[in-house]
Every structure is written in C-alpha cells, then in structure tokens.
Unconditional design. Structure first.
Length: 289
C-alpha cells in the first residue's frame, strides 16, 4: 500500500441516522467549470478520495460524470466504494420539478443512484422544501437516492421541514470554519441526530492567517500546514468536511490529517477564533437560480 493509499484508508466513516456511512473527508467542486472539473475529480480519486460533493448549481455535473466514468467509478465494486452527493437547484424545487431535475442530473453524472441528494438552500421566501422532500423520499424508496440531506438550513427551517414531512435530514451542510462556527445551528443539528458537514472549511483561505498568527503557530509546532491544522480541528469536532482544491498536491495534503492531533489547548485556541466571519450568502435571502 502506497503512502497515499494509507492516508486515504485512515479517513473515518461517519455513521448517519439513516444507517448509511459517509467518508468524513471529501472533495468539493464549487467554482470549477465543466471541462476543468474532469482532471480535478480524476486526481482526487487517484489520491484516494472516495467522497465527491457536487450540485446542479455548480454547472459541472457533466464533467464530474465524465471523470467518474473514465476512472471506472460508475459501476461495480468501485462505485460501491464511492460517495457521490449532488444538490437540487433552487429554481427546480417542488415535487414534479425535483423529479425531472433528478433525472437530468443522474444522467449527467452517469450513475444509477446517488449517495445523497440535498435541498441546496431553504428559500424561506419561496418555500417548497416540503414538496421537494417528498419527491426526494420517493426517489429514495425507488433506490435512486440513499440519503436525503439539506444545505444552509437554520433551526427554524429544519423545524418546519420536520413538521411538514415527519423527517429530519441525515446531514445539514453549512458554511463552517474557525471564524464562523454557527454554534447554535450545529448544536440544534446534533440534538436532532443531524450530522454536520462544513463547506468553505478554511473560509476560502482567509482563516489560514486567523487569530493574529494563531493557526500558523500551531501549524509550525506540528510541522504541518495551516490548512491541515484547520481541517484537523474540524475532524476532531466530528464534522464532515469537503475542502476544494484543483491541485493534486494540495488534495493529497488535505487528506493527510490523521498522523497528528491538536492538544486540548490548541483546539480551544482555534475554537476561540469564532466571530462574524461568514464568507458566503445569507440563507434567509439567497437562492441558486
């Protein structure tokens, strides 16, 4: 087994409330065009990643599908080893439109099923999460989706979805990083058995220098990069992470997180960086068209 294989083999599997298990580290593919995403996914698979996180709103599902097919991950044992997530575009929320959207998306991905399908934003100003969820539940019953999840849902959105469907999502994907920890929403998720998945886990690079050098000092003490220190902090919090990198070397670095641990003091110092550091959109107002 190569060193790369050993690093990938150390990635923990997080057991979800529905009984499915997801690799704790995956690859995000936001802001990569349809052609450019092909070599990015291929290099991640070669590095041992077995979790790819995509979305209709990223406009690159076709490229992801081509990469999976070329690498031999669309069928057989290789497919069983892989977790693929995609998300419903907000403009396609609703029962019938979600079913049509899924048919298009799974065709682009060249798969028979996806491991998780997610409602991308709650859109409380045009709420259709209840009917979208019912369509997703039908697809789950048909074996075309394994796990149902949501993104960017605050406690009031999760509560409303539960009241209207009788179900909690298995995962809530949120913007989480040291300077924007969303502690109230994370606590609510944990209370209701909802796993937390972090996108922008390093604040698109901004948090690498957070805390007047706090991250850099901790990294130096371990002989690791600031990125690895932040990602290790997420791992120790039990958070699922989907760091994005288009560079094969950086992808390998982002999965090499299991040969060191933060001390209690170091972990607490990173947690103390929490603040108003949101990089993305407000769930109360944003929608992917």
């Amino acid at each position: 087994m190569s060193e790369l294989d050993k690093d990938a083999a150390k990635v923990p599997m997080i057991e979800l409330a529905d009984g499915n298990r997801i690799p704790q580290v995956g690859l995000g593919v936001l802001r990569i065009d349809d052609e450019g995403v092909v070599p990015v996914v291929e290099s991640a698979l070669a590095a041992g990643y077995r979790h790819i996180d995509g979305a209709a709103g990223y406009n690159n599902e076709g490229g992801v599908g081509r990469a999976l097919q070329t690498a031999g991950f669309t069928s057989g044992e290789a497919r069983k080893s892989l977790w693929v997530t995609t998300k419903l575009r907000d403009s396609e929320q609703g029962y019938d439109s979600a079913l049509r959207a899924f048919d298009r998306q799974i065709g682009l991905l060249k798969l028979d099923y996806v491991d998780m399908y997610m409602i991308h934003w709650p859109t409380p100003f045009d709420w259709r999460s209840d009917t979208s969820w019912k369509a997703m539940a039908r697809l789950r019953d048909e074996g075309r989706i394994r796990t149902l999840g949501v993104c960017n849902f605050l406690p009031e959105h999760l509560e409303r979805l539960h009241e209207e469907t009788g179900e909690w999502p298995a995962i809530n994907q949120l913007e989480i990083h040291p300077t924007w920890q969303q502690r109230e929403t994370v606590a609510y998720c944990k209370e209701h058995g909802i796993a937390v998945e972090a996108y922008s886990p390093m604040a698109r690079g901004k948090d690498l220098e957070a805390g007047d050098g706090t991250i850099e000092r901790i990294a130096a003490s371990h002989g690791k990069s600031p990125a690895q220190v932040i990602l290790r902090w997420h791992i120790e919090n039990g958070t699922i992470i989907i760091p994005k990198s288009v560079h094969a070397e950086r992808q390998r670095e982002n999965i090499k997180l299991f040969d060191f641990a933060l001390s209690a003091e170091e972990h607490a110092a990173i947690s103390a960086l929490d603040g108003d550091g949101r990089m993305g959109h407000d769930p109360m107002t944003f929608s992917y068209a």
